[in-house]
Write a protein that binds this ligand. Structure first.
Ligand code: CDP
Ligand code: CDP
Length: 230
């Protein structure tokens, strides 16, 4: 579509629609989509498999040195590989969700993941989504979106996702889980979730998926039409 390649950063709290939007925007632009949350989830799965406590900084740090997380593109999806094993489904369990914020606070974990994420962007257009993309991973990203939606909308969306998988979850518990994780992610010392000063905030509480994707695409296309993008 265009020889210029953008780095697009999408950050925001849990269930705000980052993955859905990033995947569709990347598809439309022919860019790579990187779900950085999936990477933190994969490390967390390994921590739990090894019976470590999520906040055991020393042992988690040691475990990292022999851990490989990869995002492998297939024709129609992205698979998450942990030491070569496909864990795409395994990283979405309630146990991993509960432990992931603690593991993500560990500095060595963040350093290793950020290094990988920066490598992935070399020489190609990319849409990354997470918590610290616009602030830490790519502070010079061409386009930064901070996605938000009210708590009720986010909890309802998660509940609908679970229902589609045949799981009937309690609304209050989902709401609490989201709230708890947002609290941990925004108050931690290492790369807390916050809006980068130059990020565009997009509240999609009352938007359709298509509307929010078009919003991001419009901004991206405008940048691609300008000549300053390097
Ligand atoms: O459940 P949801 O899709 O909202 O979360 P996720 O994007 O899969 O991220 C899971 C967790 O990983 C977050 O709650 C953060 O604790 C952590 N994370 C992070 O610390 N930094 C990132 N760039 C992405 C995720
Ligand atoms: O990545 P993050 O945790 O921020 O959100 P997600 O995994 O994309 O989940 C958001 C859920 O809300 C998905 O099931 C979407 O289909 C749904 N949704 C949305 O993303 N945006 C809307 N405007 C409405 C629904």
């Amino acid at each position: 579509m265009n020889a210029k390649k953008l780095v697009i950063a999408i950050d925001g709290p849990a269930a705000s629609g980052k993955s859905t939007t990033a995947r569709l925007v990347a598809e439309r632009l022919g860019y790579l989509h990187v779900d950085t949350g999936a990477m933190y989830r994969a490390i967390t799965l390994k921590v739990l498999k090894f019976g470590l406590k999520p906040d055991d900084v020393g042992n988690v740090g040691r475990l990292l040195t022999s851990t490989r997380v990869e995002l492998q593109r297939t024709n129609d999806s992205v698979r998450v590989l942990l030491d070569g094993e496909d864990v795409t489904e395994g990283i979405r369990t309630a146990e991993v969700t509960k432990a992931v914020s603690a593991v993500s606070q560990i500095r060595q974990v963040r350093e290793a993941m950020v290094r990988e994420q920066r490598k992935m962007a070399e020489g190609q257009g990319i849409v990354l989504e997470g918590r610290d993309i616009g602030t830490i991973v790519f502070p010079k990203a061409h386009l930064k979106i901070f996605m938000v939606a009210n708590l009720e909308a986010r909890a309802r969306r998660r509940q609908d996702e679970l229902k589609a998988k045949g799981i009937n979850a309690n609304t209050r518990l989902i709401l609490e889980e989201i709230q708890e994780r947002d609290e941990l992610d925004t108050t931690r010392d290492e790369s807390p979730l916050k809006r980068a000063a130059d990020a565009i905030e997009l509240d999609n509480s009352n938007l359709t998926i298509n509307e929010q994707v078009e919003f991001v695409l419009k901004k991206a296309k405008r940048l691609l039409e300008q000549n300053e993008v390097k």
